[in-house]
Structures are given as C-alpha cells and as structure tokens.
Design a protein around this ligand. Structure first.
Ligand SMILES: [Zn+2]
Ligand SMILES: [Zn+2]
Length: 243
C-alpha cells in the first residue's frame, strides 16, 4: 500500500513537472520485446497514456528484425495506433556504421520516422571525436534518416569534445538536410549550447527516454527542462503539427 502510494506520488510529480514546464509531451525513443526491451508495444503505449503524454513512438533496434518480424512489428503498431487516444508512431533505431546507416528504403517507407545512432566503441582523444562526427555526417546526408539519436553520449568516454566550429558544421548540415536531433533524457545529451544552436538554426528536436521497460516510458523531464532553458518551445519539436 505504502509502495503504491509512493509510486502514485512519483508519477503525479513527474506529470506536474512536465505540465508546469508547459510543453506538449512526446517520447519518441522507446524499446519493446521486439528488440532488447522487456514490454510489449501495447504496454509502452498504455504507460504513455497513463502518464498523459501526447505522443509515443516505438523505436526498436533494427538489427533484431527479420523481414517477417518487421511486418509483424509495423502491423501491431498500426493496430494500436487506431485504438489509442494519443498519437502513436512507428519508428526504428538504426545504427550508423562505418559503411553507412543500416536502414533500407523498403523498410523506411513503412515507418513514420527513423532514429540513427552511433553504437560503436571509440578510443581516447580528439581524433576519435572527428571519427564520431564523420559518422554522424553520413547519417545527416542519408535520406532515410530523420533523427540523430543520443548525439554525443560517447564524448565522456572518448575524453575529448568537439570544438564550436565542429558543432556548427554538424548543425548546418542538419539544417540543410532537414534532420532533427533527439534530446535524450537517458544520456542527458546533447548539451545546452548545442540545443541553443539547434533552436537558433531551426533544427528540429525530439524528446526521448530510451526506455527499455514500460515503466520508464515518459521519463523525459530532463529533455523538457533543457529545451526550455535553451529558449526552445513546442515549435522546435519535430511532429509538432501532430501534437
Ligand atoms: Zn541507442
Ligand atoms: Zn535506444
């Protein structure tokens, strides 16, 4: 009973913080049993509804799919989309590899959006920052990609950071190609200055919990807070027109 009360209180506080910040709530980065998450698609959607989000996206890791499994994934999301009271989008999290992003146009056309993330390991030093940024540039020029996932989460491990000019080059490429960046509450990236630059250049942003369990869906308070701090509004969010 006490546990239930505490859970309720935490959820209530989370919603209160988000409502206080005045932002429409989206969580476009959630995983399910279709990849390395623990819940079903409808569990993630139910959790989003319970927390009064306006929009949820399912974005399982692409390398877990066979063509048959992919069809099942998309048709389940489409069915739940029709039943749900909030906006449900079909996404995927693709990998940015040395030879490009592992999303094919045939799969892309079945989806509402594609997140492309770097999941490789790096050595230490500024050269590795350049290596990482070059990979991100590949994704920014890929027409099948919509959003860059958890940009820069690897910098603390590389032990070096991009310069202002490096970041400006990335933002300008995103602007030219109409790509968005995720504000990841899981990794607390990108940083405030980068988000300010996105807002200044009209580069769209998204909120993502990177939840791997239904209970973590909607944990986007950090994303909401930092966007507001950067001077951003709902207008700066991708899919704002659907909210
Ligand atoms: Zn990822
Ligand atoms: Zn993820």
């Amino acid at each position: 009973m006490v546990f239930l009360l505490i859970c309720f209180k935490v959820k209530f506080l989370m919603c209160a913080v988000l409502i206080f910040l005045g932002a429409k709530m989206m969580d476009l980065h959630t995983h399910t049993q279709f990849s390395d998450g623990v819940g079903f698609i409808y569990d993630n959607v139910a959790s989003a509804e319970e927390k009064s989000l306006n929009m949820i996206g399912i974005s399982d890791h692409i390398h877990y799919f066979t063509p048959k499994k992919f069809n099942r994934y998309v048709s389940q999301i489409k069915r739940i989309k029709e039943e749900s009271e909030i906006v449900v989008l079909a996404g995927i999290e693709a990998n940015i590899n040395e030879n490009g992003v592992d999303i094919l146009p045939d799969l892309r056309k079945e989806l509402d959006y594609v997140i492309a993330s770097v999941h490789l390991w790096f050595d230490i030093g500024y050269n590795e920052v350049q290596h990482y940024l070059n990979l991100v540039k590949i994704a920014l020029e890929d027409k099948n990609v919509d959003i860059i996932g958890h940009f820069g989460n690897i910098f603390p491990y590389i032990g070096a950071y991009p310069t202002y000019d490096d970041l400006l080059e990335i933002i300008q490429l995103a602007e030219a190609n109409g790509k968005a960046f995720e504000i990841s509450s899981r990794y607390k990236v990108p940083d405030l200055d980068f988000i300010k630059l996105c807002v200044k250049h009209g580069v769209k942003l998204t909120f993502g919990s990177d939840a791997h369990s239904p209970s973590d869906v909607g944990k986007i308070a950090w994303s909401v807070k930092i966007l507001k701090k950067a001077g951003g509004t709902e207008e700066d969010l991708l899919f704002n027109d659907l909210l």
